[in-house]
Structure formats: C-alpha cells, structure tokens
Design a protein around this ligand. Structure first.
Ligand code: NAD
Length: 421
C-alpha cells in the first residue's frame, strides 16, 4: 500500500479535535491552520571534488502570536514541505504547552549529513543560513538542532549570522556549544525532560520510575540521552533501535546503556556494529512492540501506525520524537487504555532549555547546570500537571489535553493582539 500519511493532516486533525472539545468558534483558530510564512531555498555548494551541487532547504514559520518563532533544523534526505509545516506547527503548540514566550518554526535541508564530508557539511550549513537570513534573528526566529544536526552546526549558523551583523550574535540560535554561549544542560535537555515526563506519569499511576522496563527507538540526541538518563534513574533498558535495526536482552539488569550511548551517540556508529553479551538482534518494529512497561519512540514521525499499534505491549508511551504516533494508532491506544504522553509535552525539555539559553544570551549572565536542571524540572512538572488536569476535566487523552492547553493559549494571544490591519 502506498504511504499516504501526511504529518500536516495529522496535526490539523488533532487541532480540530482540540478546538471542538474547547468549543472554539472557527474564526478563533482558523489562522492557526496555516503557517505564517514558508520559505524554500536552493543551496548551491562547491563539493570537495570541485563540482557544484545544489541542495534544497526550507524554513517554515507557523505562528509568531506568542513571541519569536522557534524550532530546529532537520538535515534528512527525505524531508518535504508538509513534514516541515507539521513540525513548525508542533513547535507553536509545544512552546504554548511549556508556556514559554515563543511561536513555532522549523527548517530543513534535504540531505543525508553522513553522505558528505565535514567541510561540505559546513559549507552547506553556512550557505543555508545565508539563504534563510532574511527571516531569522534573535527577536524574529531562532533555529536549534534537530534530526541530523548538532551543536557544532549551530556554531556555524551563529558564526555566519554574526559575520553579516559585524558582531557576535549568540541569541540567533540555540543548542550551541558552551564556548559560544550555549547553556549548561542543553545537550541532555530533551532526554532529561522525557525522563521527567515519564517520572510524572509513573507518580500519577502510583509507581516508581526506578525499575521500569523500557524500550527506546532512536539512538541519536534524544533517544540515546533519554535511555542513558532513564538507566541512571534505575530503569532497565530492555530494547533499543536505530535505523540499522534493533537489539534486545532478557538480562534482568537490561542493556549496558553507557556503552551503547558511547557507541551510537558519541562515536556516531550504528547499532548493528555494537556487540554485547546476552543480547539478540531484532527488527526496529520488535523494539516498538517489546514486552516492556514504557516505550519511548525517539526517532521520527509515523512509527506507531494502524499497522503495528495493536501489537504494542507497553502500557505507557512517552513520545520522544515529534509525531511518532498517527491519529489511527492513537485511537487504538486509547481503546487499549494506554497512557500516551504526547510529543508536545514529553519532548519539550529541549525547547525549554533553548529558551533558557536565549535568556542567558540576552542577559549575558550564565547559570550553572544545577540551576538549569532545577528550572527544567519545575517547568516540566507544571506543564505535566496542567495537561493531566485538562485531560481529566474533559475525560480525554493526554494528547488532546495538551493540544487544548496549547490552542487556548495561542487563541488568547491572537485575540488580545487583535488582527492586523
Ligand atoms: P538524531 O538525528 O540525533 O537521531 C535520530 C535517530 O533515529 C538515529 O539514531 C537514527 O538512526 C534513528 N532512526 C532513524 N530512522 C529510524 C527508523 N526507521 N527506525 C529506528 N530508528 C531510526 O535526531 P534527534 O535530535 O535525536 O531527534 C529525534 C526525534 O526527536 C525527532 O523527531 C526530533 O524532531 C525530535 N526532537 C529533537 C529534539 C532535539 O533537541 N534534538 C528536541 C525535541 C524533539
């Protein structure tokens, strides 16, 4: 069957559902169904062999109603405009759930970053920055890392923008290295936030996080960091997957997460070259359907679908990735009585600490890792409680609860600002 899944349609369906449950009038949220701005750029770059290659890039700004637009830069060979539009809208919703003063945006370059040399990647990133420069800026739109990009690439974005301004502008991008105005705790922030969301969920269910058996899909920034932090908190990581396949174990102590973290994240190697005694190789789908207490999909969109949802055994799912669950899968999970902590709440730790980084850049005053982590914990706990209470009030899923909170904040901001002209 052809894959007709469209993440933007997925986002719109949930938005409509939230608006309906809140009893909003169509005019209240009509504008939120469309991104404010979509920019498509071509990125001509001289490759190491002297030839010129032209790559395709995008920056989509969904909403600036609550503040400057904010969202990551994805470097992936299969991105398309609908995916970037959906990711931009999810950022508006996520910043609203976290109640930080940002709107939403997302950018992307259609490329496999592993297929080019480091020099080529730097030239692509710098040229892309110049191409989107007319619409980014520390008070306008602030990029950050996402799939296929990292802190070093954010330093290139910061440097390129600063060269044009004639002075250092650290606040134009977040997720930077510490040496150029990055924040303590930013690298692990998304994973830490996911752990905090999982802990809040367990508390609500009268359970301890320590001892939970976990499966994690994705061994990049989000997946590897989440799995490592969960292991540090006493969870047993029973199965993990990356794009090369899965690995699982029956060992009561679970997988050796520090070793997997080093292999996959620090050394940037695939899981299929990792060796550990007492483990078995399996498919990525086997990891999603593993017999565990908690599942963290932390790779890409559209991983939990009508095709595999009924086979998912974990009673609790905390979404590390953006949009890993389709609307159909969500309905199946609701019928099965599963708890799904949605992406716009669960993985908001990254953008919350990005906000902290931007505040520090603007103030020129820097916080310790303890301060950052304490503020993150406070933010995640408040957001989780608000979502839980909203879902309880409307007898809805946590996803609908989170979307209702986000939508009501976006609509309130738009109403009080009024419509221009
Ligand atoms: P990354 O590029 O660092 O890692 C992605 C991982 O997913 C890699 O290990 C890759 O091998 C794996 N993967 C890709 N396709 C797969 C497949 N079909 N099956 C199994 N594994 C697969 O990206 P990241 O920054 O960790 O982002 C992961 C997700 O989290 C994305 O949805 C992203 O939008 C979201 N997210 C990222 C951040 C952040 O701060 N980086 C913040 C919030 C949300």
């Amino acid at each position: 069957m052809a894959n007709t899944y469209n993440p933007y349609e997925n986002m719109l369906q949930v938005l409509e559902q939230a608006a309906g449950t809140l009893g909003l009038a169509k005019d209240d949220y009509e504008a939120l169904k469309y991104p404010e701005r979509e920019l498509k750029v071509s990125i001509p770059v001289r490759m190491d062999d002297g030839s010129i290659k032209v790559f395709e890039g995008y920056r989509v700004q969904h909403s600036s109603a609550r503040g400057p637009c904010k969202g990551g830069l994805r470097f992936h060979p299969k991105v398309d405009i609908d995916e970037v539009k959906a990711l931009a809208a999810w950022m508006s919703l996520k910043c609203a759930v976290a109640n930080i003063p940002y709107g939403g945006a997302k950018g992307a370059v259609k490329i496999d970053p592993r297929s080019v040399s480091k020099g080529e990647l730097e030239r692509i990133t710098r040229r892309f920055t110049v191409q989107i420069m007319p619409i980014i800026g520390p008070q306008v739109d602030i990029p950050a890392p996402d799939v296929g990009s990292n802190a070093e690439m954010m330093a290139w974005v910061m440097d390129t923008y600063s060269m044009f301004e004639g002075h250092a502008v650290p606040g134009v991008v977040t997720g930077k290295p510490l040496e150029v105005g990055g924040s303590e705790g930013r690298g692990a922030a998304t994973g830490r936030g996911i752990m905090l969301a999982a802990r809040q969920l367990m508390r609500r269910l009268g359970k301890e996080l320590a001892g939970q058996r976990v499966a994690v899909q994705g061994m990049g920034n989000v997946g590897a960091t989440t799995a490592l932090i969960l292991a540090e908190e006493g969870c047993k990581i029973m199965a993990v997957a990356d794009v090369s396949g899965g690995l699982k174990t029956d060992k009561p102590e679970g997988l050796n997460m520090p070793a997997i973290y080093k292999h996959c994240y620090e050394d940037r190697k695939f899981l299929d070259t990792y060796e550990e005694e007492g483990t078995v190789r399996c498919s990525g789908n086997d990891v999603l359907t593993a017999d565990v207490d908690l599942l963290v999909p932390a790779a890409l969109e559209n991983q939990l679908t009508a095709a595999n949802a009924a086979d998912v055994k974990a009673p609790c799912i905390v979404e590390g990735a953006n949009g890993p669950t389709t609307v159909e899968a969500d309905e199946i999970f609701a019928k099965m009585g599963k708890y799904v902590v949605p992406d716009i709440l669960a993985n908001s730790g990254g953008v919350v600490v990005s906000y902290f980084e931007w505040v520090q850049n603007n103030e020129g005053l820097y916080w310790t890792e303890e301060e950052v982590n304490a503020k993150l914990a406070e933010s995640m706990s408040r957001a989780f409680d608000e979502v839980w209470n909203m879902a309880e009030k409307h007898n809805s899923t946590l996803r609908l609860g989170a979307n209702m909170i986000a939508l009501s904040r976006l609509v309130a901001a738009r109403k009080i600002r009024g419509f221009f002209p």
